[in-house]
Design a protein around this ligand. Structure first.
Ligand SMILES: *Cc1c(COP(=O)(O)O)cnc(C)c1O
Length: 497
């Protein structure tokens, strides 16, 4: 078998190792890095079913990160999936009603982004060392909430890295803001900007593309990198928990080896569900990958019609991490169903950026049969939270609720009783207000921290350390700047002029 390497989804001339792709993040042609093939698991499902989360993560990642030594990769995994998680299982799988909830929110910031962002810093530092890079890696991130905190928690205190996070000053929830501005670690900087998320994002992109600045920083011993969800170093670690889910269902006698499971994934940027698709292609038996959207349902329309159309009203919902009109990681799937033709994919992406729309030909659409799309509105989201609380005494967050409601629709419509895993992407403690109001409108006027205590009383779920921490934590980051001052703020932090 030929050696695995990384190439771009938009042109055929790049050929990188895993560590180079992780360091670079995005291809210079605007494309995303993809492996030259999706490797097959080389140990049996039966063997995997006796392994710990960390061991399974190794078996998955070693096949993608082929230029890492065993020692390097095991080191990264050990440092990532440790006592930062409040459960030894890392990703518990709990049966409630008809479904298994895969709880991906037991990490430092109580959302599923921790699953990848707790390992990315270690992958990046190892990659830098392997490629003879002595510069400090400076992570630049624009955030609308969850990613910023998860990246901060991942990179804080990691030697050889610094991280700068920009957030829209008035565009994140009070809890999200408090989580970020209380971040400890001398290598972290958190800055509010006067503007919205797009302004922050545009500013960060401009800084990334500034070749003069790049040169100047290189001379001072720094180089930028990105921690956003298109980095292959975020996608691959997510494949592990789908493998883990399947073999856990085997170990519990729910599935015999070879019998399929379904997955339902609350989707925004399409990274999480794409990881499930990679797991399927590695040899995990899956019947349907059910893509769950909120009222921002570009993906629902895409799976139903073959047309992706971002020209639509942007709707603010109670599941903000899914309020996305352009799902960047979908590009990796388009590339696959285009028969890995960079040229065909690039044509669609060009149409997306100029007109906001593209339509797949019938032949490409037929290769999407593993997927189906559903969506839920705000009423459906609230209803399933209430219903599941009343029937199961289990309280889920709003993003997970979108998936749970979608699963209910899917099951009613198809009668399919295949064992089904719902990716549970955030702790209810992260979205307390929406969750508690869904259970009973009388909670609407309560204060944030009072709601946390009431959620604890209702559910009996321990209050996560991440929440306890911000109750009393000191605000450490007070800088606010204008859009055109972002570069200056970075210079000051790095001590470059
Ligand atoms: C980021 C996020 C999602 C969406 O995941 P994608 O990989 O972007 O599709 C869903 N739920 C929560 C809580 C998130 O933070």
């Amino acid at each position: 078998m030929s050696e695995l390497y990384y190439k771009s989804t938009r042109s055929d001339d790049t050929r990188l190792t895993a560590s180079q792709a992780i360091l670079q993040g995005l291809s210079r042609d605007g494309g995303l890095f993809v492996p030259s093939f999706i490797p097959k698991l080389d140990v049996s499902l039966e063997t995997l079913s006796h392994m710990s989360y960390q061991q399974i993560a190794y078996e998955v990642m070693k096949l993608f990160f082929t230029d890492f030594t065993e020692e390097e990769l095991r080191g990264c995994i050990e440092r990532a999936y440790d006592s930062k998680f409040d459960t030894k299982e890392i990703a518990p799988l709990v049966k409630k009603g008809d479904a298994w909830f895969l709880e991906l929110f037991h990490g430092a910031t109580i959302a599923f982004k921790d699953m990848a962002l707790s390992i990315l810093p270690h992958l990046m530092i190892t990659s830098a060392r392997k490629n003879g890079i002595t510069n400090d890696i400076v992570i630049l991130t624009a955030t609308s909430g969850d990613t910023g905190k998860a990246a901060l928690a991942g990179f804080a205190g990691v030697e050889g890295t610094k991280i700068v996070v920009f957030y829209p000053k008035d565009g994140v929830s009070p809890i999200q803001k408090k989580q970020m501005v209380t971040q400890r670690g001398a290598n972290t900087r958190v800055i509010g900007i006067h503007g919205n998320f797009d302004d922050a994002q545009t500013g960060v992109k401009a800084i990334f593309n500034d070749r003069e600045l790049e040169k100047e920083l290189d001379e001072a011993g720094f180089q930028f990198s990105s921690a956003n969800s298109i980095n292959i170093g975020r996608l691959v670690p997510q494949v592990a928990y789908y493998v883990y889910s399947y073999v856990t269902l085997m170990a519990r006698g729910v599935l015999c080896e070879g019998e399929p499971m379904n997955v339902v994934v609350p989707t925004g940027n399409f990274g999480n569900i794409l990881a499930a698709y990679y797991a399927k292609n590695m040899g995990i038996p899956m019947k349907k990958l059910i893509c769950a959207s909120n009222e921002n349902k570009a993906l629902f329309d895409f799976f139903r019609t073959g047309t992706y159309d971002r020209n639509r009203e942007f709707i603010l919902t109670s599941s903000p991490s899914m309020d996305i009109l352009i799902s960047s990681n979908l590009e990796r799937l388009i590339y696959l169903v285009a028969g890995e033709s960079a040229e065909t994919n690039a044509t669609f992406m060009e149409q997306l950026s100029t007109t906001g729309v593209y339509t797949l030909p019938e032949e490409m659409r037929s290769r999407l049969a593993d997927f189906c799309g559903y969506y839920t509105d705000e009423a459906g989201t609230a209803q399933i939270i209430r219903e599941t609380y009343e029937k199961e005494n289990y309280i889920m967050d709003t993003h997970t609720a979108v998936a749970a409601h979608v699963y209910k629709q899917y099951r009613e419509e198809t009668g399919d009783t295949t064992p089904t895993v719902i990716a549970s992407t955030a702790s209810p403690y992260k979205f307390t207000r929406s969750v508690m109001s869904a259970i009973d409108p009388r909670y609407e006027n309560e204060e944030d921290f009072a709601l946390i205590d009431q959620l604890h009383e209702l559910s009996g779920m321990p209050i996560p350390q991440a929440i306890e921490d911000i109750r009393s934590a000191e605000v450490l980051h007070k800088t606010v700047c204008e859009k055109d001052e972002m570069e200056q703020v970075i210079r000051e932090f790095l001590g470059v002029k």
